[in-house]
Design a protein around this ligand. Sequence first.
Ligand SMILES: *Cc1c(COP(=O)(O)O)cnc(C)c1O
Length: 390
Amino acid sequence: MIYFDNAATTMVRKEVAELINDRITNVYGNPSSVYKIGRESKSAIEDSREKVAKVFGAEPREIFFTSSGTESDNWAIKGFAYANKKKGNHIITSKIEHHAVLHTCEYLEKNGFEVTYLDVDADGKISLDELRNAIKDNTILVSIMYANNEIGTVQPIKEIGAITREKGVVFHTDAVQAAGHIEIDVNDQNIDMLSISGHKFNAPKGIGALYVKRGIKLENLIHGGGQERGKRPSTENIIYIEALALALELAEKEREEETAKLIKLRDYYMEKMESSIDHIKLNGHKTDRLPGNTNYSFSFIEGESLLLLLDMKGFAASSGSACTSGSLDPSHVLMAIGLPHEIAHGSLRVTFGKYNTKEEIDELFKVLPDIINRLREMSPLYEDYKKGGK
Ligand SMILES: *Cc1c(COP(=O)(O)O)cnc(C)c1O
C-alpha cells in the first residue's frame, strides 16, 4: 500500500514508537501521587510541557494537554465563550474551518452567541479588511485556522494577530495541520490560543494540546480533580503526552530539511499531474500552502469512484466529498472557494509525509491517467462536452 493521506493522519515514527513501548511497561505511577514513581510520572509530564512550550515560544504553564485537536478546539472556543460572555457574545471564524471549530460555533449559536463566518477567496484566504470590518463592540473571539486540512492554504496569521491585538479581541488558531510542519511563534504572531494534535505529526492519535496565553480565562469543559491545574482534569495520559512532545521536538529539529523534501515531492507531483492529465484545477493557494498538500479537481469525474479505483490499485488518498460521514455533499471548503458542485465532487487530495518518496509518485502516475480516462468515458457530462467540440 502507498500512503498519500498524511493530512488525515500520519504513521507513528520509530523513535516515538520505541518510547511508547518502553514506557508502557515501565511507567505507571500516578502523577498525583507523592511517592517516587508518582513523582517520576509528574516530571515526565512537566518535561514534555517544557518541550512543547519551547517549540512555540510559549511558557510551560501556558500549555495544557488534551485528548485531541478536536478537544482543544472545543475547549478554546466554548471555554472562552462561556468564561467571557459578560464582555460580549460575538465570535468570528471562517467558512473553511475544520468541523471541530465549525460545529462548535454552530452549537454556540444555539446557546446565545452570534457567529460571523468569513468568506474566503478562490485560493482559500480570508480578507483582512473583512475581518477588521467584522469586529464589533461585542466581539470577544476570532478563531481562524492556521492552515487548511483540505486545500492546504496557509492564512496570514501574523496579520490576523496584529488586527485582533489592535482591536483587543482574543485570537485562537486551529494549528493542527501547521504544528510540526511550519514555524510558529505565538508571541511574534500575536496568537492567544493555539490547538495542536499529535497524530498529524507522527505521534499517536488521541493526544493533543492547547496553548492558552497567560491571563486568558477559560471555563472548564470537564470537571474533576486537580490535574492540569484543575482546568483539564482526569489522570494524565503520561505516555502519549511524552510521545507528543518527542514527536514535536523531532519534527521541529528536522523541519527545514523536511519542508524542503516535501516541497520537492509536491512540485514533482504537480508537474506530473499538469503534464499528464487535462481539465484539472489546483485547489488552494499556489505558494502559501502546506508543504505536503496537493488538491486537484478533475472535470467529469466522481471523486468517490476515483478513490475506490485507486484503493484497488493500492493507493490511499482522499477526496473532496464527505462520503465517510454518510452524506454525498461536496466539501464545505471546496464550496467556499467557489467550485461548482460537479467539479468539487471530482477532487483528489494527495498529502505527503515523512515516509513518501518520488518513486511512489511515479507508481501513482502509472495508473492515474488511465483511471481518469476510464471514469471520464463513463461520464455523460464528458460525452456532452466532447460533442460540443469545446
Ligand atoms: C485533524 C484535524 C483536527 C482534529 O484533530 P483530532 O486530533 O483528530 O481530533 C482539527 N483541525 C484540523 C485542521 C485537523 O486537520
